[in-house]
Design a protein around this ligand. Sequence first.
Ligand SMILES: C[S@@+](CC[C@H](N)C(=O)[O-])C[C@H]1O[C@@H](n2cnc3c(N)ncnc32)[C@H](O)[C@@H]1O
Length: 269
Amino acid sequence: MTIKKRMKSWSLVVVAGLLGLVAACHDPTITVDSSDPSAAQTVKQSLPEGTSVEVIDRWQVEDFDKDIVQFATVFWEAEDSVSLRKLIRETNLVRDKRVLEIGTGTGLISLCCLQAGARAVVATDINPQAVANARFNWFQLEIPQTTENFDVRLVAADNSGAFAVIASQEQFDVIISNPPWEDGEVQTVADYAFIDTQFELLESILAGLDQHLTVNGEAYLAYGCVTAIREIYRRAERHGLQVEKLDERELDDLEDLFLPGMLLKISRR
Ligand SMILES: C[S@@+](CC[C@H](N)C(=O)[O-])C[C@H]1O[C@@H](n2cnc3c(N)ncnc32)[C@H](O)[C@@H]1O
C-alpha cells in the first residue's frame, strides 16, 4: 500500500478574523495553517460567504511530494482512483489536453492531471467545501500552473446535472470522474460523496458525453461498486457509448463494494 495516513499535524487554528467583513453573528471559521497567510487568503477567496471549512486530515499519496489536505465533509478514499491516477501519471493521457473532472472532492485527480501536463483542467463539485478544498490543494501543492489552467466550479444542488456548469459549446479531450456510487437519499452535503440518487448523476454524465467530448475524446470513470458498474453497462448502450473495462478482475468475482476501484473507459461507438 503506497497510501499512508499521516498523523494530523496541523493545529486547527481559527482565522475567522480573515472574514472580518462578515458579521460576527455568522461566525465563519476557516481552519488553516495560520503561519501561511497567503494560504488562508486562498481559502477565503474560495468560499461562498458564511461557509466554514475545517482541515480534518492530511494524506500522503504517491503522486505528490507534499500531503493532500482534506477539509471536513469532503470525500477521501484514494484507493478508488489508483488505476486512474496511474494512467494519468504514466501515460500521455492528459498531456497538453483539456480535461474535465466531475466531482473533484479534494482535487486529487484534477491536480494529478495538472501535474502530468494537462493544458487546462475544469473541475466541478456540488459541495462548496470541496470547491475550496481543491483550490486550496492546488495552491499548497505548488503545482506550476497559472490559475487560468485550474477552474473549479460549484454546482448548484437544484441544478446538479454533470454538465450544469459547463457551457453548451465547451468540449474536453478527456472527461474523468470517480462519481458517488450508491442509490439513496442525500441528507447532508457530505452524502454527495457516495450517494447518487437514482443514478441521476451517472445518467447525466453518459447523456452529455457526446456533446462535451472532442471528436477523439474519451471518458474514464472509476468505481468501486459492482451495482454502479452494472448500471454503466446498462445505460451506456442507450447513449451510443461503449464501455471498456481496464481491469483484469471480473465483476462476478467481486463483493458489491470493493477496493481498489475499477477503471472504465467510455467512448463513442
Ligand atoms: C466519490 S467522491 C470523489 C471525489 C474525488 N474525485 C476523489 O476521487 O477523491 C464524489 C464527488 O462528487 C461530488 N458530487 C456529487 N454529486 C455531484 C454533482 N451532481 N455534481 C458535481 N459533483 C458532485 C461529491 O461532492 C464528491 O466530492
